[in-house]
Design a protein. Structure first.
Ligand code: ADP
Ligand code: MG
Length: 347
């Protein structure tokens, strides 16, 4: 028995000469919300299409609730996988009204279908709009209908492919909170594709980081952010300052002084420091020091650029109350743990 609702094992897929997915392995627990985070073109949609059954992997295995749906011998058709998918562009049927769109994939008598469509409309907060046509709906409403349509046949797995990317920022935040509440209330297992880090970190139970057709780490958001598995993940997820350092035993020496490491290492290392892990102090003669070159105020916090006396540029994130001015001389300190990655020959 697998504890996973979905397992992808060593999936690979190429289109002609172009290798798009390489050895993709990860699992999703039942009822969990997984964000698939990666830049445009890294293979996210292709991975969803393999899971949904719209494409066949070149190699590897896909298991949904213990049932192999794709491997070298088998290919369970998309309509038998109990996987729902919401596409980036809403892809509603333009000739069907809202109720018709939601009922489209349902079986049963007209009365049963209608009852289920009404249930789903209530769930997504669109009761009363049954008879509207897609072109009579706002973008947010269309996306709610697309979600209702995908959920109507009670899928075991729901795949959302950048579902909010066409919406404005405020609606996007509201809708993703609503979608999360709906998914949790129905206990639906979900993979949610995004290239927006903040969305991935804030929305998901676990984040799968994908770069260049490979999944580099699957972990809860805090772990991805504070304990990235590699330099690549650390630099892709969240902002960071990168310094070189030298490790000896349990200590790393870098421009900002000595940093202790969790595991003993030796030799050259990269030291990655989140902007909020640095603190600034009025120049007090202590090293290292530099001066502030720019400042961006966001309301809830602020970002500042500091150039050290040796020319190194750092980004610092401070609370909204700290009053430093551009041009001001400051001392800088490491106020929280840094992330250390050994450098390999050729790095
Ligand atoms: N059917 C296809 N035929 C050829 N190339 C494709 C096909 N689908 C996707 N690709 C290519 O595969 C790569 C990954 O695409 P995609 O999975 O859509 O990435 P993402 O969703 O992460 O932006 C891209 O280079 C894309 O052009
Ligand atoms: Mg895509």
């Amino acid at each position: 028995m697998t504890p996973y609702a979905l397992e992808c094992i060593n999936l690979s897929k190429a289109f002609g000469q172009l290798s798009v997915l390489e050895d993709v392995t990860f699992g999703v627990e039942a009822g969990q919300l997984t964000a698939l985070l990666g830049p445009s073109g890294c293979g996210k949609t292709t991975l969803l299409r393999l899971i949904a059954g719209f494409e066949q992997p070149d190699s590897g295995v896909i298991i949904i609730n213990g049932r192999v749906v794709a491997d070298q011998q088998r290919e369970v058709p998309a309509e038998q996988r109990r996987v729902g998918m919401v596409f980036q562009e809403y892809a509603l049927f333009q000739h069907l009204d809202v109720a018709g769109n939601i009922a489209f994939g349902l079986r049963g008598s007209p009365r049963q279908k209608q009852a289920r469509a009404s249930e789903l409309l209530a769930l997504v907060g669109l009761t009363g709009l049954e008879k509207r046509m897609p072109y009579e709906l706002s973008g947010g409403q269309q996306q709610r209908v697309a979600l209702a349509r995908a959920l109507a046949p009670r899928p075991e797995i729901l795949l959302l492919d950048e579902p909010f990317s066409n919406l404005d920022a405020a609606l996007r935040i509201q809708l993703r909170a609503e979608v999360k509440a709906i998914l949790k209330s129905t206990g639906t297992t979900c993979i949610f594709v995004t290239h927006d880090q903040e969305e991935a970190l804030s929305f998901a139970d676990q984040v799968a980081v994908m770069l260049g057709g490979r999944i580099l780490q699957v972990a809860p958001p805090q772990q991805i952010y504070h304990h990235p598995a590699s330099l690549e993940v650390a630099e892709f997820v969240g902002e960071s300052n990168r310094l070189t350092g030298h490790a000896s035993g349990g200590t790393v020496t870098c421009l900002l002084g000595e940093v202790s490491t969790a595991s003993p290492m030796r030799g050259p290392v990269d030291v990655l420091i989140r902007p909020e892990a640095l603190s600034l102090h009025p120049a007090n003669g202590q090293q290292p020091h530099g001066h502030i070159t720019w400042r961006e105020f966001y309301g809830h916090d602020q970002r500042l650029g500091v150039v050290l006396s040796d020319g190194t540029s750092l980004v610092v994130r401070l609370g909204p109350e700290d009053a430093f001015e551009v041009g001001q001389e400051v001392s800088i300190r490491l106020a929280a743990p840094a992330m250390i990655f050994p450098r390999h020959a050729g790095d």
